[in-house]
Design a protein around this ligand. Structure first.
Ligand SMILES: [Fe+2]
Ligand SMILES: [Fe+2]
Length: 211
């Protein structure tokens, strides 16, 4: 692997505990894959922002008896849609057309473990939300040193907001769970790390490593 792929950059601060929450760092081979696919990276990134907003909206509709959850999800949906608009604008400026991409295995690979009954279902969805946000945050930080100044500046702002989303999801999972969530966090940490370190079929923002 090229020695240009340094680990976490020094000028980007991640929320404390985020790198311990994730069981493994993003492999250098994914980073290389991303840098070879700048258009796919942005298109899939845009799609992830839209999906993040839609997940927040569905929680907003489903759990109407949870005021803290509703407030946080409403704020989160607005922020993710703003991110979506920002990515699309950046793509337009670069002549990259937005198009539909098949989803990576990542989110479904986590969601298939969601327990069906409440409140476990909600707790699992919130824990998964924390992992998706934490991984996004970590990947933005890893990409920044290798990007052009405009994209690096944008991703630096996203490290801050996705880091906050990670903290909010984790706080909500703890707040809304009748039991300690440590074991469930450990379980999803293990699943998440497997999806990150194992070979994947196509490059996506949350894909594993090239086969
Ligand atoms: Fe976002
Ligand atoms: Fe987010």
């Amino acid at each position: 692997m090229s020695d240009t792929l340094e680990a976490t950059p020094s000028d980007v601060e991640l929320p404390s505990g985020l790198l311990d929450f994730l069981r493994c760092p993003t492999p250098d081979t994914w980073l290389q894959w991303a840098l070879e696919n700048p258009e796919l990276l942005l298109i899939d990134h845009a799609q992830c922002e839209k999906k993040a907003a839609s997940t927040a909206m569905s929680l907003l509709y489903r759990y109407v008896d949870q005021p803290l959850l509703m407030t946080k999800m409403s704020q989160l949906a607005r922020e993710e849609l703003l991110h979506f608009e920002q990515v699309v604008k950046l793509m337009e400026a670069r002549g990259i057309a937005y198009r539909h991409l098949s989803a990576s295995r990542y989110a479904e690979g986590l969601r298939r473990h969601v327990r069906p009954q409440e409140p476990e279902r909600l707790v699992d969805i919130l824990i998964i939300g924390a992992f998706i946000e934490a991984r996004s945050c970590e990947r933005f930080a890893r990409l920044i040193p290798h990007l052009d100044p405009e994209l690096a500046r944008f991703y630096r702002s996203l490290v801050k907001s996705e880091g906050r989303h990670y903290e909010d999801y984790l706080m909500l999972a703890q707040h809304l769970s009748p039991a300690p969530i440590d074991k469930r966090v450990d379980f999803f940490a293990e699943c998440e790390a497997q999806l990150i370190v194992t070979p994947d079929t196509a490059f996506r923002f949350h894909s594993g490593v090239p086969a």
